[in-house]
Design a protein around this ligand. Structure first.
Ligand code: ATP
Length: 287
């Protein structure tokens, strides 16, 4: 007689129809909304993603690091449904939205119209305004994209993502083109929006500090697969000066192939006077 297993989530019960006793297991975890199995992506003869497995849990903030050309954007585009995968399986929520390095606003549409662009929804203006309000830009609803600063334009792009009420928010280096101060403000904004709406987030970044500052988990992509998966347990708000932060940063830099010299004070005293070289400053270090 064939065995049919019926998983009853949350009960840890397996019902079988083969007469055997029901087993009591550990409670089943809810299924991850993002699941990639044996996912491969090839461009011609080049295999960029190679039988990659990935899970992102509901409401989880995951950052993805990797050397240039390792396939981060390729993975993000596959998750966004912008590119087809070559083989494997990929489950993603229908409600997903992406924000890229450049805001990609239509220059001939006012800010609020950019927010609801392509959406068939009731009361689009009110919905756009509410989303702009969330990113602190309600007062610029009628602005043309050319009159917005880089940070403002990126916030309109975020509002455009929010209005779609995504279960999965894909961020491809959205802060990379911004000045340092605006980037700090954007970090705060993205965390507060994430707390409020709790989508699953995948943030592609080159900035190790940004990854450790924001994410629950940092992944490193290498040779087409997830080569490292590091949980960040430090409580938010996180300080880059905390030993915990520095330890993870050093670990990630090492995984990314960045040689780190021991801090100057750990070096033995030189016998003869040597020119003073400022210690390497890790803050905002990016690859
Ligand atoms: N449409 C395409 N056709 C052919 N090759 C592509 C295409 N898109 C990406 N690639 C190649 O796939 C590889 C990975 O590119 P991808 O942009 O995903 O890397 P990345 O990790 O995001 O890089 P970076 O950090 O520099 O942005 C690169 O070698 C790139 O040239």
């Amino acid at each position: 007689m064939p065995t049919i297993s019926l998983n009853l989530p949350g009960l840890g019960l397996k019902a079988r129809n083969d007469g055997a006793e029901a087993q009591h297991d550990a409670p089943a975890l809810p299924r991850s909304p993002v699941q990639a199995r044996q996912l491969s992506k090839r461009f011609g003869a080049n295999t960029i993603l190679d039988n990659l497995d990935l899970d992102i849990r509901a409401g989880e903030f995951v950052a993805l690091l990797g050397r240039s050309g390792s396939g981060k954007t390729t993975l993000l585009r596959a998750l966004a449904g912008l590119d087809r995968i070559s083989s494997g399986t990929l489950d993603v929520p229908q409600a997903r939205a992406a924000v890229f390095q450049e805001p990609r606003l239509m220059p001939w549409k006012r800010a609020w119209r950019n927010v609801t662009l392509g959406l068939k929804i009731e009361q689009p203006r009110e919905r756009a305004l509410a989303a702009l309000e969330e990113v602190g830009l309600a007062h610029r609803e009628n602005a043309w994209p050319s009159t917005l600063s880089g940070g403002e334009a990126q916030r309109v792009a975020l509002a455009r993502a929010l209005v779609r009420e995504p279960q999965l928010l894909l961020l491809d280096e959205p802060f990379a083109a911004l000045d340092a101060l605006t980037r700090i403000r954007m970090h705060q904004l993205i965390l507060s929006l994430w707390r409020q709406h709790r989508p699953s987030v995948l943030l592609v970044t080159h900035d190790v500090d940004e990854a450790v500052l924001l994410a629950d988990r940092v992944l490193v992509l290498e040779k087409g697969r997830i080569a490292a998966d590091i949980a960040i347990t430090q409580q938010r708000p996180r300080s880059a000066d905390a030993p915990q932060f520095q330890k993870v940063r050093a670990q990630l830099l090492q995984l990314l192939g960045v040689e780190i010299e021991a801090p100057a004070e750990a070096q033995p005293e030189p016998q003869t006077p040597t020119p003073i070289i400022a210690p390497f400053n890790f803050s905002n270090f990016s690859i």
